[in-house]
Write a protein that binds this ligand. Structure first.
Ligand code: FMN
Length: 338
């Protein structure tokens, strides 16, 4: 079992967090993961949301903050450079009902770092300290941050940034054990996560390459409080339960289960988005989770929601045990994942 920890008074139990992923961890995906892993997801966090978008009241940014009560505890992650906008966006996130606010200090994308946000903040410790201070003063709910190990090999300053975060009153830190220069290449270096966890009193979680029970056990060392799980939630949406001692699925051989997950995800996406958006979001899960299944290519090529619905229905009708699986409800699906 991965253990648990607290961010102030919020129990993160178990200490497994659905890592924020832009374009993926919308409310529908977060709900799906919580449903598939009952009791095994300690915290979910929104996709990163632009403070520029929020403070300009962009419909898209405002919608990105929304969540379902079942998602709690729920964190909203915000990104940007401007301190006043960061402060105002944090107030908006608090007003939206988030349990905590997370400041993104790790995004490597050129369009984000060029404007001073994401990982670029790690190269501006004084600016970042002031940002933390202003946001801390403005909101009462817990404030956390997520960063990389540093900008590049020559400037791995996660330790320095963690100390700044702690001294400015932040109450949780997550470290992705890669530098900005690495992007997603190579293996995440968890020695940095452990070193940060040793050097501050606030809970420190690690991120990078937790994909199953074995990798979770290997990385949950020393004072590391929690494990963030990102991409593996797409390859194997049952990974949280697996880490908590549940069944390990080989989804290439779980046709009915995969179809049930897809049907549920499509329904959740349709509650949240216009059809056009649903099509693209749905493909993210299909392309990662459905390897080895004959309908994967067709679903990924489909341009219209109705086409995706028809492909799923055909797959269902042609399944050997179609009658039993059609009557599966999300509840039976949870039981299967336990
Ligand atoms: C498609 C994608 C989008 C991501 N978006 C965010 C984000 O919005 N905020 C963030 O802090 N990290 C983001 N990340 C980084 C992940 O949260 C995580 O730290 C990283 O993928 C390493 O963990 P993993 O090996 O478990 O995926 C993203 C990663 C991916 C692959």
């Amino acid at each position: 079992m991965p253990g648990s920890f607290h961010i102030r008074n919020i129990p993160i139990n178990p200490g497994l967090v659905l890592s924020p992923m832009s374009g993926v961890t919308c409310s529908a995906f977060r709900r799906l993961i919580k449903e598939l892993n009952p009791g095994a997801v300690g915290l979910v966090i929104s996709e990163f949301i632009s403070v520029e978008g929020l403070t300009r009241q962009s419909d898209r940014s405002m919608a990105m903050m929304r969540f379902h009560p079942d998602e709690r505890p729920y964190g909203i992650q915000i990104f940007g450079y401007d301190i006043e906008r960061m402060r105002d966006a944090a107030i908006m996130a608090q007003d939206a009902g988030a349990d905590l606010i997370d400041i993104n200090c790790g995004c490597p994308a050129p369009k984000v770092v060029k404007k001073g946000g994401g990982c670029e903040l790690m190269r501006q410790p004084e600016h970042l300290a002031q940002m933390f201070r202003e946001v801390r003063k403005a909101v009462s709910i817990p404030l956390t941050m997520k960063m990389r190990s540093g900008w590049d090999e020559a400037s791995r300053n996660a330790l320095e940034i963690a100390k700044i975060a702690e001294s400015e009153g932040l109450e949780g830190i997550a470290v992705h054990g890669r530098t900005r220069a690495q992007l997603y290449r190579g293996e995440a270096d968890w020695s940095v996560v452990e070193a940060v966890a040793e050097s501050v009193k606030v809970p420190v979680s690690g991120s990078g390459d937790v994909v199953d029970a074995a990798s979770a056990q290997a990385r949950k060392q020393g004072k590391v409080a929690g494990l963030f799980i990102g991409r593996a939630a797409l390859w194997n949406p049952f990974v949280f339960s697996e880490i908590c001692g549940g069944k390990r699925y080989d989804l290439r051989h779980e046709r009915d289960l995969v179809l049930t997950v897809l049907e549920r995800y499509l329904a959740l996406l349709r509650e949240e988005f216009h059809d056009r958006v649903v099509v693209g979001r749905f493909k993210q899960l299909v392309s990662q989770m459905c390897r080895g299944h004959e309908w994967r290519k067709d679903l990924c090529r489909a341009m219209k929601l109705q086409d995706q619905i028809d492909i799923l229905k055909r797959a269902r009708d042609s399944a050997p045990d179609a009658v039993r699986s059609q009557s599966e409800s999300p509840t039976s699906l949870q039981a299967g994942a336990a």
